[in-house]
Design a protein around this ligand. Structure first.
Ligand SMILES: Cc1cc2nc3c(=O)[nH]c(=O)nc-3n(C[C@H](O)[C@H](O)[C@H](O)COP(=O)(O)OP(=O)(O)OC[C@H]3O[C@@H](n4cnc5c(N)ncnc54)[C@H](O)[C@@H]3O)c2cc1C
Length: 558
């Protein structure tokens, strides 16, 4: 971490490039939200932490979410009251500590005559949901207060959502939950917070094996062997304790410690989303499909985000990709439940993404019914010391999971316990008391942009927005906006200079939202790629490879 007086904020540096062999208290494998929250929790409680991520931060399951920070209404039907309460509590915590990222949004859950769960039961569920979120308005930012749910008549529901199917509609519930403006940047905010407390982090650094000391009965983990994928060098990192936060790869990482391939089997469930180019509803619309699963349509940046699926995935997570078959299955389910006659067509799709949920429950026949709880396990049972594995969970509950994982780490390391601060302290870049006032202030300050564009950037950058515009002030060419949300070339420079962006997909898909609505157009892609090439010293071959990779990611499966 370095201070740059020009941008007046943190510059993240890949520690692996200057690593000298020091011993960390904790090595975290995986830079998704689980690894990010654990690194922050550990560093903020005084541990010397290193985090390694084999790809980019937040590029796997953590980028594949429905963008919700929620209690999980549907887990009430499986009586997982503890999980719902914990999630609702964490929703409130994240609203407090990450005010630019987490925002209340209205949901409309439509009830139909033949639904798997009747309207009456849905109302009872809503009452329970309210009960479990009794403290939801105990928040610092009063502009984020959430009203109580309402039951609506079928007429009112149809009026609010003209595209809802009318046949069999018996009513609806209107309630509030939270959405995450950018799960990718929220993951990054946790990583920046970890760095601000001294954590060492590196993307494109893959764990290849464990450094192990063996005695008669046990293996003691003393660190990890990694490969720095940006320059192909092999490095050993020393650490007293390793936490495996590899998400859907957790079993494969564990295999390397137990030296038994396929010994540790993790169940994975595929979930995809599609984005269409039309806004079909002002509310998040949710309901049951004919097969009894739930679906939703989320208004998202003037488009519609549609999700999701839940299907067991068998195979190597590195080879996972979204297929036309699964997109069509989702479209069929949604079209039979929504649209009032006008169907969503394959050609309406501008972008698709998917991910694998690591599930800790192996017994349920249908993965849809598998629990979203998490588990934190020491590997002593496998005869291994110095290794903890974390599996399962939700984006929403990861901060709490991290608190518990670090409690366990502190016990194992036998160091004095320092209380956790993560529940109350703002994340780095998020120190904003009242988000509405903050946006109004920034709209006045940056009056040359449209108000909605300033709001979008304020959500993405929090109080780093001024550092971003400083770049644009130095070189007015970087001010050029590239999409309707006001995203601009200054963000590209900012991402590369300060946020460890190393590839075109890092810039287009995670540091910015430039390609999160599908292909931004050849011209924009070319401009961004050329600027990235200049900042990252790419030759023309590398530039072409990056462009090709981006085109591959943006292609709708056919
Ligand atoms: C379709 C879908 C929708 C979802 N929607 C929501 C939602 O709306 N709200 C919510 O709260 N939750 C949601 N979730 C759940 C949420 O996405 C996950 O709980 C969360 O992202 C898991 O994060 P993670 O860090 O454990 O895993 P990941 O994000 O997958 O991170 C694991 C990381 O480990 C890295 N890694 C693996 N092997 C190695 C290695 N050898 N060396 C170094 N790094 C390695 C990977 O590259 C990866 O980045 C959803 C999940 C899915 C699939």
């Amino acid at each position: 971490m370095e201070q740059d007086t020009k941008y007046q904020q943190f510059i993240m540096k890949r520690f692996i490039e200057s690593y000298k062999g020091e011993e960390f208290d904790l090595i975290v494998i995986g830079g998704g939200i689980t690894g990010a929250t654990i690194a922050y929790e550990g560093a903020s409680r005084g541990l010397a932490v290193a985090l390694i991520e084999k790809s980019d931060f937040g590029s796997a399951t953590s980028a594949a979410t429905s963008k919700m920070i929620h209690g999980g209404l549907r887990y009430l039907s499986t009586f997982e009251f503890g999980l719902v309460r914990e999630s609702l509590r964490e929703r409130r915590v994240l609203t407090n500590i990450a005010p630019n990222f987490v925002h209340p949004v209205p949901f409309l859950f439509a009830n139909y005559k033949n639904d798997r769960v009747s309207a009456l039961k849905m109302n009872v569920g809503m009452l329970l949901y309210e009960l479990f979120s009794y403290d939801k308005n105990r928040i610092k930012d009063k502009s984020k207060k959430m009203p109580c749910f309402k039951t609506l008549s079928s007429e009112k529901a149809a009026e609010l959502i003209p595209n809802a199917n009318k046949k069999g509609l018996v009513g609806a519930q209107l309630y509030y939950d939270c959405a995450s403006h950018s799960p990718e940047r929220l993951t990054l905010a946790f990583i920046k917070s970890a760095v601000s407390y001294g954590a060492s982090v590196a993307n494109y650094t893959q764990m290849e094996g464990f450094i192990v000391e063996e005695n008669l009965k046990t293996k003691i983990v003393k660190g990890v062997n990694v490969i720095d994928k940006l320059n192909n060098s092999k490095i050993d990192i020393n650490g007293k304790l390793v936490i495996n936060c590899a998400g859907p790869w957790a079993d494969l990482v564990l295999d390397k410690a137990t030296l038994k391939q396929g010994n540790n089997v993790l169940r994975r469930s595929e979930g995809i989303h599609i984005i269409t180019n039309k806004l079909v509803s002002d509310y998040i619309f949710s309901g049951f499909t004919p097969t009894g699963k739930h679906f939703f349509l989320v208004p998202y940046r003037n488009h519609t985000l549609i999700g999701t699926t839940d299907k067991e995935f068998i195979g190597n997570p590195d080879e996972y990709k979204v297929t036309r078959k699964v997109i069509e299955e989702l479209l069929n389910e949604v079209n039979s439940s929504f649209g009032n006659g006008s169907k969503i067509k394959y050609e309406d799709i501008v972008y698709t993404y998917g991910g694998l949920r690591p599930l800790v429950e192996g017994q349920t026949e249908d993965v849809y019914n598998s629990s979203r709880k998490y588990e934190i396990t020491g590997e002593k049972k496998n005869g291994i010391e110095g290794l903890i594995t974390v599996e399962g969970g939700k984006f929403t509950t990861s901060r709490r999971l991290a608190e518990k994982a670090i409690d366990k780490a502190i016990r194992i390391l036998k160091i004095p316990k320092k209380p956790s601060i993560s529940e109350n302290e703002y994340l780095k870049t998020c120190e904003i008391d009242n988000f509405r006032d903050f946006v109004l202030k920034k709209q006045k300050q940056y009056a040359d942009l449209l108000p909605q564009q300033v709001e979008y950037l304020a959500k993405s950058y929090g109080n780093e927005i001024d550092a971003l515009f400083e770049i644009a002030r130095e070189n007015p060419a970087y001010k050029e906006t590239l999409n309707a949300d006001g995203e601009n070339l200054a963000q590209v420079v900012f991402a590369i200079k300060t946020e460890m962006a190393k590839t075109l997909p890092d810039i287009m898909l995670r540091r910015t939202g430039l390609a999160q609505l599908g292909h931004p157009g050849k011209e924009v892609l070319f401009k961004v790629a050329n600027l990235a090439a200049k900042e990252l010293n790419w030759d023309s071959r590398k530039l072409n490879t990056e462009m090709e990779e981006m085109e591959k990611i943006l292609k709708i499966p056919n």
